[in-house]
Design a protein. Sequence first.
Length: 271
Amino acid sequence: MDVSFLGGPGPQRGVGVVAPFDFALDRELWRWVPDDVSLRLTRTPYVPVEVSLDLARLVSEHETLTDAVRALSASEPEVVAYACASGSFVAGLAGERAMCAAMTRAGEVASVTTSGALLEALTELGARRIALVTPYTESVTRALEDYLREAGAAVTGRAFLGLTRHIWKVPYRDVVDMARRAVRGAADALFISCTNLATYDAIPQLEAELRMPVLSANQVTMWAALRRIGAEAVGPYQALLMNGAAEPAPGAAQATPGVAQAAPDPQEGVT
């Protein structure tokens, strides 16, 4: 069959993604991406450290991010996303802002991180009280709670697995079970952390069952990155994606979105 008359593939807009070296869910990221957008992924260098606060700091060093973004720049992405929740919340709000600034300088394009995208999503939904699900250890989970409280959100419940490796192997049933345990008090939204935790198919079920918006690390990362270029993330029955049309958000990656203030109301979850 002669395909030369077709003129070649249609134009593709590019979204650059920097992921930690152990990221294993490339296909999940693609599920949120429309047909006219291509992801260009790269990994941070390998380090022999299990999932922990130490690893989060290592994979988010500015030199590491700068090198990764410069490598991505050859493919001319319109936006660059750092797809790592713990790496982008481990140093708090100021650390997340500094990461975005470093990536923007390196690539000369807009940038976003998973944790910055989370705050944008909470603002978009008007969510103040957040239930948390994580695959992390307690210390990493508490660092996420600290990040949210610094942003003015109240953590109402949590559940975590205590894993230090192989997070991408966690089945949906475990994610769903944790979500049910985390929603112990009044919450405006549930957040499922870690870009290495599969969530795409679990979100609609949980939203229907829990009757609240359910956010996940990969979902908010893709939503925010695509929003920067005026594109819409693709996902059935996901409240965040149905909340309104995509709008470019120039400069939003350098500013911390203003999550509505609420007094912290911590409630311990279970492992």
